[in-house]
Design a protein around this ligand. Structure first.
Ligand code: HMG
Ligand code: MG
Length: 298
């Protein structure tokens, strides 16, 4: 019993680009997001309001947010780590604020320079203020299925962090396989635990495809009732503060699998490939998705 349709959330302009060392011009980012807006995707994470020193590639988040053509049917989201980031995000009138933290202490420390305990009040303040401004809030938990510094993370620890984020009043929670170590049986086990405590329709899966298991993990998640999946077009992506993190699940491969098994995404695959080819050209290197490989060889 698979769902009839799913929601695909494109995180390429944020998760994809944050890991690229060659700087893409603001103009090209805007062009790319405008192309993505024409594909049928209903959600695009366009940038990140983190400290520019930490992620130089995305230091133009305000310019990007102000420069794109906004389709009223699309949610344009961005990462926000703290109050300073929220001020910048609000000045750029972002639709949805995405807060993020890690289930593992050491990745949290490396990524956002704080202990888990010290992170909670910072994020709670962001959620409260974002809600006052009538923004929806998405939460991310990283290293749910394994941490580059600590290995496997206990499910109790994952539950604690998810619980803390839901208690803040977030609208949705994205479960991150930051370094692509999850396997389908583990995904099933973790989701069995989480589904007992949290509404499945508020859970999203954020797989990285480091070991080629992302689509298998998607299939299991679908069977567990998950209907929201993050992808990065062409398979771009990774967290610079997680050693060994590489490309996200490729949106184009995800959409292709969904459409082939009769699950609707409302995304036009041809337009999606045009957007993929555009960013591939801008980066000047081949992207890793199977769809783009097929299209590049034609
Ligand atoms: P910090 O240095 O501890 O910050 O960084 P601070 O609060 O001590 O402030 C230091 C200075 O930075 C202050 O300036 C602040 O105003 C300024 P000063 O008063 O000294 O002049 N500052 C800022 N400026 C602009 N924008 C801001 C901001 N915040 C502080 N937002 C911080 C803490 C969280 C900011 C930093 O560690 C950071 O930016 N980290 C982000 C790292 C990151 O982006 N990682 C990748 C995204 S997460 C990910 O990829 C995982 C995910 O995809 C899911 C998955 O795959 O698992 C989501
Ligand atoms: Mg990620």
């Amino acid at each position: 019993n698979l769902p009839a349709n799913i929601m695909v959330k494109e995180v390429g302009p944020r998760d994809g680009l944050q890991n690229e060392s060659s700087i893409i011009s603001t103009e090209d980012k805007i062009k790319w997001i405008n192309l993505l807006s024409q594909t049928g995707l209903r959600y695009i994470e366009i940038s990140s309001f983190v400290h520019p020193k930490w992620i130089p590639q995305l230091n133009d988040a305000v310019e990007v947010a102000n420069g794109i053509n906004r389709d009223p049917g699309i949610t344009y989201a961005a990462l926000v780590p703290n109050k300073r980031g929220l001020e910048r995000a609000l000045s750029a009138d972002i639709d949805e604020v995405s807060i993020f933290m890690s289930a593992s202490e050491s990745h949290n420390q490396k990524n956002i320079n704080k202990s888990i305990r010290a992170t909670y009040p910072v994020l709670r303040e962001v959620v409260d203020e974002a809600k006052q401004e009538n923004k929806t809030v998405r939460g991310y938990v990283s290293t749910v299925f394994g941490c580059p510094y600590e290995g496997e993370i206990k499910i109790e620890q994952v539950i604690r962090v998810c619980d803390a984020l839901f208690s803040m009043g977030i609208d949705e929670l994205s479960l991150g396989d930051t370094i692509g170590v999850a396997n389908p049986l583990q995904v099933k086990k973790v989701l069995e635990e989480l589904a007992q405590r949290f509404p499945t329709e508020k859970l999203a899966m954020h797989f990285h495809n480091t070991r080629g298991m992302a689509l298998a993990n998607v299939l299991v998640s679908l069977q567990m009732g998950i209907t929201i999946f993050d992808g990065s077009l062409g398979g771009l992506g990774g967290c610079p503060y997680a050693k060994g993190a590489s490309g996200n699940l490729a949106t184009d491969d995800l959409i292709h699998m969904m459409e082939s098994i009769g699950i609707k995404t409302d995304v036009n695959e041809r337009k999606l490939q045009q957007a993929a080819l555009f960013i591939q050209d801008a980066l000047g290197k081949p992207l890793s998705s199977h769809q783009i490989e097929i299209n590049s060889n034609q």
